[in-house]
Design a binder for this molecule. Structure first.
Ligand code: ZN
Length: 433
């Protein structure tokens, strides 16, 4: 709220910043006013961009929609001076149970500067929604909220990146080495095509900033996100007439029920490991002893080692069978690794907090993983370089059927933060751990 009052005019903002907010150790105070003014200047254009991005439906399996959106994003990045290419990631695909035949292409842009530091900015263009749902949630601004399908997850992320680049351009800031932008099209299906590319780019850059939305209830960046896996149990029994010869069958459903119940207490609150059975099916006909049954559990881990822990624990338990003749098979699928807070990530988040404080605002830097997983974890998988998530605008309602929105008042602080952070990284002002 204080920030809002600051923005009456650039001049007033500057006066207030110098007079009331900036302590002597913040020697950068004088140079911030142009950045603040540029952030103000980009707010309305950013909302226009969001309208365009939200108007193109782009579910993860809607290849036509994704292509149209990719073209729009590519042309915007080109106009900002980037070297742009569409990347077909289908050759790299990691196939999971729900992976479609093909995934949409990613947009990659490269901006060359005069310095040495390499910075990666990521967001995703695909959504969880089905074609036709946008009609019920068109773009609109009401008070402090801008609504629209997928506006928070993750179209605001694309918009913040585009307008941060516009600010760097208008401010004449070019002392980064390389800024790479990657907007992928398969995040909501666990990035089967782009995960490899994300991990490679993560190791090739000094810093990765990921632009998933911050949360409406907490203005934050995230240093850790959960890893997601799935456990599938497949039981094979033997069919038989349920009325006249049930004793000749092997009831796969009974065995499955036994297995699910004896693995229901493997969650470990002390390590953040969670295992919950969520899907099950068995049999084909009421009057047949089911020869097959299958169940799936959702698994969450906070450390990569948690995957082995879960797999081992389930494997041990399932050797104890209810029906000796039943066959029990287990499939463990790590879908998305956890993001763990590295010392470099902590240092970057601390610097981000200091920048936010110049605006009289507190930025939460959360090192405790929430439930959801993100692409930042792929970027961090093979490196200890700084990878920080949730540089996007505060939002609410991701994956819901109505009322997905972002907080309009959070646009300027986030543009200011991203622009200042990129500048400070480029100029070697972010202390290394
Ligand atoms: Zn997302």
């Amino acid at each position: 709220m204080y920030f809002k009052r600051l923005l009456f005019s650039a001049a007033l903002a500057s006066t207030l910043l110098t007079a009331a907010l900036v302590s002597p150790e913040h020697a950068l105070a004088q140079t911030q006013e142009p950045v603040l003014a540029a952030a103000q200047h980009e707010k309305a254009p950013l909302l226009d961009t969001l309208k365009d991005l939200v108007s193109i439906e782009s579910g993860s399996r809607d290849l036509d929609g994704l292509d149209r959106l990719a073209d729009l994003i590519a042309s915007r990045l080109k106009a900002l001076g980037g070297e742009v290419e569409l990347v077909d990631v289908n050759a790299d695909i990691y196939r999971m149970e729900d992976t479609p035949e093909r995934v949409g292409q990613a947009v990659r842009a490269t901006f060359k500067g005069t310095g040495a530091r390499k910075i990666l900015l990521i967001a995703h263009m695909d959504t969880v929604y089905l074609k036709g749902m946008a009609a019920k949630q068109p773009f609109r601004v009401e008070g402090d909220k801008a609504y629209g399908l997928a506006i928070a997850d993750d179209k605001q992320g694309i918009a913040v990146i585009l307008h941060t680049l516009a600010m760097l351009k208008s401010l004449g800031i070019r002392d980064y080495g390389t800024i790479t932008v990657l907007i992928n099209a398969d995040e909501e299906i666990s990035s089967p095509g782009s995960r490899k590319l994300l991990s490679r780019l993560g190791t090739e850059h000094d810093v990765t900033m990921s632009f998933e939305a911050s949360q409406a209830e907490s203005d934050k960046v995230a240093l850790a996100t959960a890893g997601i896996g799935s456990v599938t149990l497949r039981v094979k029994g033997k069919a038989s007439h349920a009325g006249s010869a049930p004793h000749l069958g092997v009831n796969a459903l009974y065995e499955l029920a036994h297995q699910v119940l004896q693995t229901k207490d493997l969650s470990r609150p002390d390590t953040g490991l969670k295992l919950n059975w969520t899907l099950a099916r068995a049999g084909q006909n009421r009057n047949v002893i089911p020869p097959e049954a299958e169940a799936q559990a959702d698994a969450r881990v906070l450390r990569v080692a948690g995957y082995d822990e879960i797999e081992k624990a389930v494997r041990e338990r399932i050797s104890n069978k209810l029906l000796p003749e039943a066959k029990v098979e287990m499939l463990f699928e790590p879908r998305r690794p956890p993001l763990e807070a590295s010392p470099a990530s902590l240092a970057l988040a601390k610097h981000a907090q200091a920048i936010y404080r110049d605006l009289g605002k507190e930025l939460v830097a959360d090192a405790v993983a929430e439930g959801g997983g993100t692409d930042a974890a792929f970027a961090a998988l093979e490196t200890q370089n700084a990878v920080v998530e949730r540089f996007g605008v505060q939002g609410f309602g991701a994956h819901s059927n109505d009322a997905e929105y972002i907080l309009v008042d959070n646009i300027e602080p986030r543009l200011y933060l991203a622009t200042r952070l990129i500048t400070d990284i480029s100029r070697g002002r972010v202390p290394k751990p």
